[in-house]
Unconditional design. Structure first.
Ligand code: BV8
Ligand code: ZN
Length: 242
């Protein structure tokens, strides 16, 4: 912590679960959803990240994702991602749970976060021809909207849109981790989007110590708030946890 000593609350022994939000990637240059830079051509994410928006104008939705993919391709993991990777690699029983689709945490081994909302680097067939998801890491796609290689129908980003259910396996494992942890960290999330934000309450009701890491206090009911940027707080917090 440059200039300011970080005062940490008592940290329990036992498993740790971490819920990561867009704020974790802010220092890498990825715009958050509800921050000033969250707008694209005057559209809010909640308007574009929906099945209805895609059905209405798949090209517009794909232009937004293609722009984000191009932007994220130029971003690198930051000290916050590296601290969480250190935690995952050094403290047994650590579970990283991410709402982010940017793929940045996955670039810092050994962290393999549970992806609640999918990945912007994966696509799937929107026509339901049965082809499984596939990865495409090209920063800008040659054709918008992209097509399914098997049936030639529309492809869609393999992310969870508003109104869609979360991947059952990831959700089940995330809820299990939140219910069994001794310490739950909510990092860089406005704790607005459900059911992800509900993991904080689940952990707290199961007896975990809950800590929020965010420059802006949120409405989340937590035991402690470490007010500041994740890229500064997490290295010091993880040093006290491993
Ligand atoms: C579901 C993938 C049911 C896409 C995302 C009314 C109508 C319809 C639905 C609802 C409704 N009311 C509630 C709902 C449910 C809805 C919801 O929660 N809506 C919200 C807006 C109220 N949820 C859903 O629809 C979910 N599905 O409920 O389905 C169902 C069940 C079974 C079967 C069928 C259906 C699906 C939600 C998933 C949506 N997809 N992403 C894409 O990315 O394109 S959500 C999106 O928001 C991102 O994933 C993002 O990560 C996530 C959460 O946002 P945050 O991460 O918290 O980011 P945010 O910008 O909000 O905040 C950033 C924070 O960082 C701030 O607090 C800031 O202070 C802080 N920060 C800034 N800098 C830093 C920092 N912190 C630390 N360090 C820094 N340096
Ligand atoms: Zn197909």
């Amino acid at each position: 912590m440059v200039g300011r000593e970080l005062r940490l609350p008592p940290l329990p022994a036992g498993p740790v679960a971490v819920l990561c939000g867009a704020g974790l990637a802010a220092a890498s240059g990825v715009p958050t959803f509800r921050g000033p830079a969250g707008l694209w051509r005057r559209h809010r994410p909640e308007e574009l990240a929906t099945p209805a928006a895609f059905a209405r104008d798949p090209r517009l939705v794909w232009e937004w994702y293609d722009w984000r993919r191009g932007l994220i391709a130029g971003c690198r993991p930051n000290a916050g991602h590296r601290a969480l990777a250190r935690l995952a690699g050094s403290r047994p029983g650590t579970t990283l749970i991410s709402q982010n689709v940017d793929g940045l945490q996955e670039r810092v081994p050994p962290a393999r976060p549970l992806l609640l909302h999918g990945s912007i680097w994966r696509l799937r067939c929107a026509g339901g021809c049965g082809r499984g998801e596939w990865e495409d890491r090209r920063p800008r796609l040659p054709e918008l909207p992209p097509r399914c290689p098997d049936c030639g129908g529309l492809a869609r980003p393999a992310v969870v849109w508003f109104g869609e259910g979360l991947p059952a396996g990831s959700w089940r494992r995330a809820a299990a981790a939140a219910s069994a942890c001794a310490l739950f960290l909510a990092v860089g999330t406005s704790a607005v989007v459900q059911p992800a934000a509900g993991l904080i309450d689940l952990a707290r009701s199961a007896g975990a110590v809950t800590i929020e890491v965010n420059p802006e206090p949120t409405a989340a009911a937590v035991d402690h708030r470490l007010v500041g940027p994740a890229e500064e707080i997490l290295p010091a917090l993880v040093a006290a946890l491993v």
